[in-house]
Design a protein around this ligand. Structure first.
Ligand SMILES: C[S@@+](CC[C@H](N)C(=O)[O-])C[C@H]1O[C@@H](n2cnc3c(N)ncnc32)[C@H](O)[C@@H]1O
Length: 191
């Protein structure tokens, strides 16, 4: 986990770049491409200060529902304050591998720029916990940087999902607006 509260430089970067730019101009295109109808129960793993959660909450109708799971008390509180106009979000603070979250509850799980920050040896436990939360035929969407040193390769994402019992629907890598490589994947639970 990042330090909590995070370093001042990270707070400023998140406010100026992630929340004002990425969340407004880049996250909406990604979420549109997921094909959500708006009525889903969605879990966002590692929701941070709510940059992606804001876009997801806009996409979900009053029938849809978002659970934000975040280990950092600072960031979950930040998201709660920023997103207080939404009534269809719940905020769950803790480590996903140690929390009791309803099994088979969610139609979709979103992992957006989180798993590469988790210790490599702990990643399989995280993905297995997320797979349990999905309902049968529910979908896990993942997007991670592929940069060596600060990212993870697509081959590792595919192996982790397979080992957690999720079947691959689509994977690929694209270049971001910052001209770095990003891996994306869609996986389904069959059990
Ligand atoms: C780079 S931020 C991404 C935020 C958000 N997904 C987005 O794209 O706007 C990654 C977040 O994942 C959280 N995180 C890392 N490991 C976690 C764990 N095991 N359980 C819950 N949250 C975790 C970190 O605290 C951090 O806030």
């Amino acid at each position: 986990m990042e330090n909590d509260p995070p370093p001042f430089a990270r707070i400023i970067e998140e406010e100026l770049i992630d929340y004002r730019i990425r969340s407004r101009f880049y996250h909406p295109d990604y979420v549109k491409g997921l094909g959500l109808s708006g009525t889903e129960r969605v879990l966002e793993f590692g929701s941070g200060g709510g940059c992606m959660s804001r876009v997801l909450a806009h996409t979900l109708s009053s029938v849809g529902f978002l659970s934000c799971v975040e280990i950092s008390p600072y960031w979950i509180e930040k998201a709660r304050q920023r997103l207080k106009i939404f009534t269809n979000i719940e905020y769950l603070q803790g480590d996903i591998t140690r929390m009791t979250i309803h099994e088979n509850r969610y139609d979709a799980v979103i992992v957006h720029f989180v798993l590469h920050d988790v210790e490599p040896t702990a990643r399989i436990d995280v993905v297995s916990a997320l797979a349990k939360c999905l309902r049968p035929e529910g979908t896990l969407f993942i997007r991670e940087p592929a940069k060596p040193g600060h990212g993870m390769p697509l081959s590792e994402i595919r192996a982790l999902m397979r080992d957690a019992g999720l079947r691959e629907i689509h994977t690929g890598c694209t270049k971001s607006w910052q001209r770095t490589w990003i891996c994306e994947g869609t996986f389904k639970k069959s059990w």
